[in-house]
Design a protein around this ligand. Structure first.
Ligand code: HEM
Length: 235
């Protein structure tokens, strides 16, 4: 057993599988998190109930958080190792390297991944740890509660995204996340051996469609708030 695990972690194919499976898990989280967050458009009751439900999961929530962290770390580790192995296998750069043959998304995976990583750290300090200094609104998000005594996630999001600099940073990070996923989802299918010629086009369309859904879905929240959505809470 120990031997199998060591072989998976050492072999190039094993690392590709680790990349694909952790990417799949993280992708699932990104879609689920988006669906949860979109409840802001249903009003405070809906999103605050959802926030209270998540907090009420207790140990299960912590198990999900730890699994996410392990997936992120394994994903980054595999990305760095695969990239180093590819470089070592090709010590001399291609004589006539033509970047137009590889998509922009595929050439910028390490860079976009790194920026997304820093965005997640900021995002955790902003909305999960709710450190007052990072939200730029001079508000302490921890003291926001609705009339039912639940954490007021609705007010936190409205106050958080009314800061243009914060919203712009989110929009940039979400754009990079969508770019990363547009290539990542396709690469994942390839690593898992699901990219047969007969349905390559369908997988391409799926990867593009889902990236657009993630992009439009996530950016709709800061944009709507910058345009005045939820401003009734300021009265
Ligand atoms: C408009 C965009 C987003 C909004 C409004 C949003 C909202 C939130 C909120 C309110 C929380 C805190 C939940 C709580 O502790 O009660 C949260 C946590 C989190 N978000 Fe986001 N999020 C956004 C984008 C993203 C993206 C793009 C990612 C990943 C790439 C992400 C990853 C996370 C993670 C990992 C947590 C921590 C979950 C936990 O510890 O419970 N979020 N988000």
């Amino acid at each position: 057993m120990n031997n199998i695990v060591t072989r998976i972690f050492r072999s190039s194919l094993g690392k590709k599988y680790i990349m694909a499976l952790t990417g799949f898990g993280l992708f699932g989280f990104v879609v689920a998190h988006l669906i949860g967050n979109l409840q802001i458009f249903l009003g405070p009751e809906s999103i605050n109930r959802y926030g209270a439900f998540l907090q009420g999961l207790g140990e299960l929530l912590w198990m999900a958080r730890i699994s996410l962290l392990v997936m992120v770390l394994l994903h980054i580790w595999a990305a760095i190792k695969i990239s180093a192995e590819n470089k070592a296998a090709r010590p001399i750069a291609y004589q006539s390297y033509n970047p137009t043959t590889a998509s922009y998304a595929s050439r910028t995976m390490l860079m976009s991944g790194l920026i997304i990583f820093f965005f997640i750290i900021y995002h955790l300090l902003h909305f999960t740890a709710q450190i007052p200094g990072v939200n730029l609104s001079h508000q302490d998000f921890k003291i926001l509660h609705d009339e039912k005594g639940r954490h007021d996630v609705y007010a936190m999001m409205i106050l958080g995204f009314r800061q243009p600099i914060v919203s712009i940073f989110y929009i940039i990070a979400i754009s990079l996340l969508s770019l990363h996923l547009s290539h990542g989802v396709r690469a994942m299918f390839q690593s898992l051996g699901w990219k047969k010629k007969s349905y390559a086009n369908a997988l391409h369309c799926f990867a593009t469609g889902v990236s657009i859904f993630i992009f439009v879905g996530y950016i709709s929240i800061p944009i709507a708030i910058l345009l005045g959505f939820g401003k009734e809470i300021l009265k």
